[in-house]
Design a protein around this ligand. Structure first.
Ligand code: F6P
Length: 323
């Protein structure tokens, strides 16, 4: 392997820049030529490649977003789009690609490498933490810290007015951000797709809490909850809890921005370094991850399709600590 390409794709995640820096510098150390592709698969299709050397990734470890920019590419879902992308990779003599992104990114990488024979290594970068094969994905810790900071502020006003707040956090179909935010912010309750939620139980808990002297409540709702987001759930129970003046806050894309936390910088650096070293050891079409503090490799197939769920004991603990 002499030349590699690296790109970020799908939703941006804080720490993607730290991963890119690690890839470029590890590659440079090993005398590889690196090309950065702009806007993920879109840039691969349009031929937006640029040579990246060690100085090109200076001063980015602390920056949120992705300096390579990103996109969700519909064109890459078509064989024609992928063929065009393959032509560009061949024109630049690229021997392998490193893809930083989530589920959609890995799915694209898997199909593409099967179709065109160009090896890929995946680096899990998504705030959702929904990829199998790594304890945490890049960006998750920062997103949870941002959400917790927001809930801390909501607590002030909820407390002042004795109100009930439904706070919606991101996570697509996954409850990780919601569960970790709820535990870290001391929320009264959390509603995630992985747990069966009974709204009658929720109403009972909130009323009981009030009777026990709890002056306000914050309920964290995962956006992907099958009963609807925070607005949907609040609408279903607002009549019964009208005296608590229910309010809804959607944190939204705030969770995707900001400087990566120390944990995310470290994770991203380790995974970027691992992606290049594993590629040089002959690995291909796998995702790198960290499980129990050790670098692990997982096939794209498993990373994409194996279910990753928060530990059941965390869900139980969250409700016990909220009494
Ligand atoms: O995958 C990351 C994520 O932020 C999800 O939590 C959310 O559902 C989705 O992306 C939002 O995507 P977009 O920014 O394209 O609207």
């Amino acid at each position: 392997i002499r030349r590699i390409a690296v790109f970020t794709s799908g939703g941006d995640a804080p720490g993607m820049n730290a991963a890119l820096r690690a890839v470029v510098r590890t590659a440079a150390w090993n005398k590889l030529h690196v090309y950065g592709i702009e806007r993920g698969y879109e840039g691969m299709i349009d031929g937006h490649f640029k040579r990246m050397e060690r100085r090109d990734v200076a001063n980015i470890i602390q920056r949120g977003g992705t300096v390579l920019r990103t996109a969700r590419s519909m064109r890459f879902m078509t064989p024609e789009g992928r063929a065009q992308a393959a032509d560009h990779l061949r024109a630049y003599d690229i021997d392998a690609c490193i893809a930083i992104g989530g589920n959609g990114t890995f799915t694209g990488a898997k199909i593409f490498s099967e179709e065109h024979g160009i090896p890929f290594i995946g680096i899990p970068g998504t705030i959702d933490n929904d990829l199998y094969g790594t304890d945490y994905t890049i960006g998750f810790d920062t997103a949870v810290n941002t959400a917790i900071e927001a809930v801390d502020k909501i607590r002030d006003t909820a407390d002042s007015h004795n109100r009930l707040f439904f706070v919606e956090v991101m996570g697509r179909h996954s409850g990780y951000i919601a569960l970790h935010t709820a535990i870290g912010s001391g929320a009264s309750s959390v509603l995630i797709p992985e747990a069966n939620t009974n709204l009658e139980d929720l109403k009972t808990v909130l009323k009981k809490n009030k009777a026990r002297g709890k002056l306000f409540s914050v309920v964290i709702v995962a956006e992907g909850h099958p009963m609807g987001g925070a607005a949907g759930i609040a609408a279903k129970i607002k009549d019964d809890l009208a005296s608590m003046e229910p309010k809804v806050t959607v944190i939204g894309h705030l969770q995707r921005g900001g400087a990566p936390t120390a944990l995310d910088r470290l994770l991203a650096s380790r995974l970027g370094y691992a992606a290049v070293t594993k590629l040089l050891e002959g690995e291909e079409n796998v995702a790198v991850g960290i499980v129990n503090d050790l670098v692990t490799l997982t096939s794209f197939e498993e990373a994409i399709y194996k279910e990753k769920k928060p530990q059941g004991d965390l869900i139980e603990m969250a409700s016990i600590l909220a009494i």
